[in-house]
Write a protein that binds this ligand. Sequence first.
Ligand SMILES: NC(=O)c1ccc[n+]([C@@H]2O[C@H](COP(=O)([O-])OP(=O)(O)OC[C@H]3O[C@@H](n4cnc5c(N)ncnc54)[C@H](OP(=O)(O)O)[C@@H]3O)[C@@H](O)[C@H]2O)c1
Length: 219
Amino acid sequence: MNIVITGANRGIGLALTKAYIGRGDHVYALCRNSSDELNSLNAKVICGVDIGNPDSLSTSLEPLTGVEIDILINNAGVLGRESLSDWEPATIDYQFRVNALGPLLVTQTLLPNMHSGSKIGLITSRMGSMTDNGSGGYYGYRMSKAALNAAGVSLANDVKNRGIAVALLHPGFVQTDMVNNAGDVDTATAAAGLMQRLDDLDLASTGIFYHANGEILPW
Ligand SMILES: NC(=O)c1ccc[n+]([C@@H]2O[C@H](COP(=O)([O-])OP(=O)(O)OC[C@H]3O[C@@H](n4cnc5c(N)ncnc54)[C@H](OP(=O)(O)O)[C@@H]3O)[C@@H](O)[C@H]2O)c1
């Protein structure tokens, strides 16, 4: 299978790249800049893909022209740590661009490469859940991931008649740079769970918000 992953140079994206290659899939590893670890894998690395820059996105995705995509994983994301007394419009705006608009634009650009049976994974967060928000703060991250969730449900509806399924996936609290490695699962465990969810995904389960461990999460 051909797998496309954004933010593949480190963290969960790198672990997904490693795991898909390990099971014999072809991975197109998208990133702004590669890393030694990514370069050491047998992935097709495509650099210069800044999902927060709508002006450069279609050009940077040109190397994928004509490539059939079986699974697209929109993984790249950013986390800001605003509190009510300490936030800037610009940082919230940036998180919207990267976390919500970016995956939508990447998906729209690459839809012509997808076919009936293709799958789209949106790596979101339970921090975008209203029901799950018991602690407040994190305005930009929560708002942008909630917006991504809204986009994902629209997308699921819009591409269903093409036979394409969409999963909204929370990876767990994962040991990566994003959380200063404070998570309770490692990246390999998170990647394995995310891959299982994508393997199980079909048109009957499209548009559902899942934890990587299989639990269905509330909006
Ligand atoms: N770790 C967790 O506990 C956790 C929990 C819930 C959800 N998530 C989600 O999981 C996904 C992966 O996060 P992670 O934990 O692996 O974080 P990470 O280690 O910080 O990695 C983030 C990845 O996103 C890329 N990225 C950021 N901004 C980008 C941009 N404008 N264009 C292209 N790539 C960009 C980074 O590339 P650069 O190296 O170029 O910055 C990096 O590859 C994110 O969507 C995150 O919100 C993580």
